[in-house]
Design a protein around this ligand. Structure first.
Ligand SMILES: Nc1ncnc2c1ncn2[C@@H]1O[C@H](COP(=O)(O)OP(=O)(O)OP(=O)(O)O)[C@@H](O)[C@H]1O
Ligand SMILES: [Mg+2]
Ligand SMILES: [Zn+2]
Length: 268
């Protein structure tokens, strides 16, 4: 069977219901040959769809990886897919802030320095924008974290527990060597000098390593100084630190708006 000597001189014609007539193919292999009776167009279509499936799978895996990275970096589920294009400035100041933050992101992406303190009222997009920065930088392969001040302190206190896998020294090293650290919700008063020292050690470590830090607070810059200490803020200022104030009404949808929207749907 399939000996080369049996190979027909004229290829056999077959019919595909979809593509019409085609000729079967013979592939000589030494003194034998392989017979391919499949419609070539059907074969090409099957190939293309397999490749498309593989590509889609690769894309899915890549986006899953990115999502995991973002969550690990401290980005909330809510802000996991957030980008600069999702932020709509409400006034010229917010537009200028957005521009500064985008420039800052580029600077950090290329290994540059700079610090930002974002201040302003609730719901003005500070956390969202900081997450957009982190999301963009993770894409560029940078090591980033965004963490609330209270959680940062908790991580330090957790090292005191028996059996903790890490210790204060390691934690300071971790936080002071990240390509970007964002400390959110700065404003609460510290319970002790030890807590104050943690934040100082982290910020000073980053200052010594000349690495960028972002701080976010509902307080103004004077309030921030009072809350976390002049020496901390002074270090942020020295390395080309910028204070960006966010003003205006909260962009979180109000309860009233949600309720009336629900009523509208009910009565529609
Ligand atoms: N300018 C904006 N364009 C689009 N969405 C916005 C804007 N500002 C805020 N938002 C949306 O409003 C909500 C609140 O934003 P975000 O949590 O970033 O505020 P915040 O300034 O961090 O507030 P807080 O000080 O209370 O933490 C989010 O859902 C965010 O996506
Ligand atoms: Mg916030
Ligand atoms: Zn076919």
């Amino acid at each position: 069977m399939n000996f080369a000597s049996d190979m027909p001189t004229k290829p056999e014609t077959k019919h595909c219901a979809k593509h019409g007539d085609y000729q079967v193919r013979y592939l000589p292999m030494g003194n034998r040959f392989l017979l391919n009776e499949q419609c070539p167009k059907c074969a090409a279509e099957a190939n293309a769809s397999r490749e498309a499936e593989e590509l889609a799978e690769q894309k899915r895996l890549a986006s899953e990886h990115l999502r995991r990275q973002r969550l690990e970096a401290g980005v909330s589920v809510r802000n996991c897919d957030v980008g600069f294009e999702d932020y709509f400035p409400n006034d010229q100041f917010q537009a200028a802030n957005l521009k500064t933050i985008q420039e800052f992101t580029q600077t950090v992406a290329s290994g540059g320095r700079g610090n930002i303190v974002m201040t302003g009222g609730v719901g003005t997009g500070k956390t969202m924008l900081a997450c957009a920065v982190v999301n963009a930088l993770l894409r560029k392969g940078k090591r980033c974290r965004i963490i609330k001040l209270i959680d940062l302190i908790r991580e330090f206190k957790d090292t005191w527990r028996k059996g903790s896998e890490t210790n204060e020294t390691k934690l300071i090293k971790h936080f002071s060597t990240l390509d970007l650290l964002v400390i959110d919700e700065v404003g609460m008063q510290f319970d002790s000098d030890t807590e104050k020292l943690f934040i100082f050690d982290v910020v000073d470590g980053r200052y010594q390593n000349m690495l960028p830090t972002v701080m976010i607070s509902n307080l103004d810059i004077y309030g921030v100084k009072q809350a976390i200490g002049e020496r901390v803020v002074d270090r942020l200022r020295e390395d080309g630190g910028k204070v960006l104030a966010f003003q205006g009404a909260s962009q979180r949808k109000s309860f009233e708006a949600t309720v009336s929207a629900m009523e509208a749907v009910k009565h529609a």
